[in-house]
Write a protein that binds this ligand. Sequence first.
Ligand SMILES: [Fe+2]
Ligand SMILES: [Fe+2]
Length: 345
Amino acid sequence: MGVGLLTSPRTAEAISGGLTPGDAALLRFPAALEILEADFWIQYNELGGIQDDEVPGGSGNEAYTDALEVIEDEMQDYIHDNTDDEITHHTFLNAYLVSKGAAPANLDAFRTLMGSTAMGVNPDLVGHRLTNLTQLTIDTSWWTRYRDDSHNPDLDPTHVFPQAVPTLGVNQHTAIPRNDADTTDPNFLQAIANTAAFHFPTIEQGGNSLYPSLAQRATHTEVLRILISIGPTETMHFQTWSDVAGNAPPLTAVDPVTGVSVTFPDLEVEDELFDKALIMPEPCPFLDRSLPIVSIIRPTKTEGAAMGALTFLTNMGLFIGQSPAFFAYMTQLAREADKARHGRG
Ligand SMILES: [Fe+2]
Ligand SMILES: [Fe+2]
C-alpha cells in the first residue's frame, strides 16, 4: 500500500510505459466491465438481435424476438448495435493499454457459465459464458431517481428511490429463455422479454454513472478523453433503453420452474415520479443544496466508484455461478481503479 504513495509520478509513469499505474487501472477496470457487458449483450443478440458478420454466432429465437418487438419494433437493431458498441469498448480499451505497455484486462479463464440452450444461441458458447442472465434481481430505482427533482444519491445517500418494477427487485428472474420450454407460454415469454427490457437500461445507467465518476481521477488528458468519450455512449444506450422500457406491456406472470411471480405495472400514469413519458433527466440538487437544481447524470461521486459498480453488478445476480477467483480478480481491478488519484498516478 505504501509503495504507491512513495512512487513519484515520473517513476510511476515509467512503470507502465507512458501511463501512470493509476491511469492504467482507471482504464483496465472498465475494460473488464466492458468484456462482461459484451458477454451478456452477445447472449441477448444471439437470441433477439440481428444476426450478421458484425455480431456473429447466433441464429435468433423467433418467439423471443417477437416478444421483444411487442415492446419496440426496432428492438433487434438496438440490441445488435448495443452489442457491437460494447465489443468495441473493451477491444479499444485493451488495445490502448497494450499500446502503452500496460497489461490488458483478461477474463478468458472465467468463461465457464452455462447460459441458454434455447434455439438461436451459438452452440459453441454454451457452457462458456462469463455472465448469467437467468437469475437476475433488477434494481429499477433509476426510473424514479431520474424523475425526482429534490434528491440526488450523492447528496442523499440514504434516500430510497422507489422501484419502477418492485417485483424485479426481489427474487430471481430470467431475462432470456433458458431453454425451448421457456418459449411455450406466451405470457411468461413476454415477462422474460419485459425483464430484458428493464435489464438493458439498468445496466446502461450504471455505465453512464461509472465513466464520469472515474474520469475525475484521471491524470493524463488522453485518459480523461477516453473516459469522457466512451461514457456518453453508455448514456445514449441508457436514454434509448429507458424510453423503450416504458412500453413493456403490463402483465403478471409466474415462472413455471421457480414459482417466482413478476408484475409489470402500467407506467402510463400522471404521477411525475413514474410517468413513462418523462424520459429527460429531471433537474436535481448537485454538489450543494444552496445551488440551483440542474439536469445531470447522477450519481457521479468518485470515491469507491469502481467497487460500487462491481457490487451493483454482483447484487444483480449477473455473476451467479462464477468462481471465487473471478471475484478476486474483479475486486483487485476495482480496488486498483479506486486507488488512482488525479495528478498522483
Ligand atoms: Fe460499454
Ligand atoms: Fe453499455
